[in-house]
Design a protein around this ligand. Structure first.
Ligand code: F6R
Length: 243
C-alpha cells in the first residue's frame, strides 16, 4: 500500500485529483469507479478546475458509482445520482450515457444490483476505484458484518451510518434505511484503488482498517490484500497510525 500523508483536506483533494488525472491522461478511455460524500468533494472540484483550464478531457471516460440510496429519485437532492451530476458530470465533458449510478428506484432490487454488476463487466472492469472511509470502517455501503458480501447488493444501513449521513438531510427520519452498494469483490476487482480520508474523527478507524487484522467487522481492512492501493490521508486522519 502506498501512503501519502497530506497537510489538510485541500492538500488531500489535490493529491487525489492528481492521481485520477494521471489515470485519465494515461488511459483516456478509462473506467473510473466513483464515490460520493464529503471526502471526494474537493477532489471533484479540482478535477473540474483542471478540465476548465483544458488540462483534462473526460470525453472518452466512463464512470460507475459505488452506491445509491434506495427509494431516492435522481431529482432528489440527496440522491447520489444528483450529487454526481451536480459536482462532476454536469461540469465536465463526460458523455451522459457513460455515467452509471446504481438504480435505487427499481422495485426489482435484485435486478438493479445485477444490472450494475453487468454494466461494470461490460465496460471491462474498473481501472481506478475512488473510495471514502466510513467512521465504522465501511467502504461503499459494505457495513461491518460477519462476512464479506461479494457482489452488488441491497444493504440495510447501520445506525451509525444513518447518524453520520443525517448531516446531509433535514431530519434523521428522512435518511433512507437501505442502499444498493457494490460488493467487496466488485471493489477488489478494480485494478487500482485510491482511498481518501481526512479528519481526526476517522483516526481510530484508519488505524484499525490499515494496521489491524483483516476482518469483515472492519470492511475496509480487506484493502490490505489488494495489489494496488493508495491511501491519501491528512495528518489528522493518520494521527493514530504507526507511521
Ligand atoms: C459514498 C460511500 C461511503 C462514503 C463514506 C465516507 O459513496 O460509498 O462509503 O465514502 O461513508 O463518507 P464521507 O466522505 O461523507 O465522510
Amino acid at each position: 500500500m502506498k501512503i501519502f500523508k497530506t497537510r489538510d483536506y485541500y492538500d488531500m483533494s489535490r493529491k487525489a485529483a492528481n492521481i485520477i488525472s494521471a489515470q485519465i491522461i494515461l488511459k483516456p478511455d478509462c473506467v473510473l469507479g466513483l464515490a460520493t460524500g464529503s471526502s471526494p468533494l474537493g477532489t471533484y472540484k479540482q478535477l473540474v478546475e483542471w478540465y476548465k483550464k483544458e488540462d483534462l478531457d473526460f470525453s472518452k471516460v466512463s464512470t460507475v458509482n459505488l452506491d445509491e440510496y434506495r427509494g431516492l429519485s435522481p431529482q432528489n437532492e440527496q440522491s447520489y445520482y444528483y450529487f454526481m451530476h451536480k459536482n462532476l458530470f454536469s461540469q465536465v465533458n463526460i458523455r451522459e450515457n457513460a455515467t452509471f449510478v446504481p438504480d435505487g428506484m427499481n422495485n426489482d432490487i435484485e435486478k438493479a444490483c445485477k444490472d450494475h454488476e453487468d454494466i461494470i463487466n461490460r465496460l471491462g472492469g474498473i481501472d481506478l476505484q475512488l473510495l471514502g472511509l466510513g467512521e465504522n470502517g465501511h467502504i461503499g455501503f459494505n457495513e461491518p458484518a460477519d462476512e464479506f458480501i461479494k457482489d452488488t447488493h441491497c444493504v440495510q444501513l447501520s445506525r451509525s451510518t444513518i447518524e453520520a449521513n443525517s448531516r446531509f438531510f433535514e431530519d434523521i427520519k428522512d435518511v433512507p434505511t437501505q442502499a444498493i452498494t457494490m460488493g467487496i469483490r466488485t471493489i477488489m476487482r478494480a485494478d487500482k484503488i485510491l482511498i481518501i480520508v481526512n479528519g481526526s474523527k476517522k483516526a481510530k478507524i484508519v488505524k484499525e482498517a490499515f494496521w489491524g487484522p483483516v476482518t469483515p467487522k472492519v470492511p475496509a481492512s480487506i484493502l490490505q490484500i489488494h495489489k494496488d492501493v493508495t491511501l491519501v490521508a491528512d495528518e489528522a486522519a493518520l494521527s493514530q497510525a504507526p507511521i
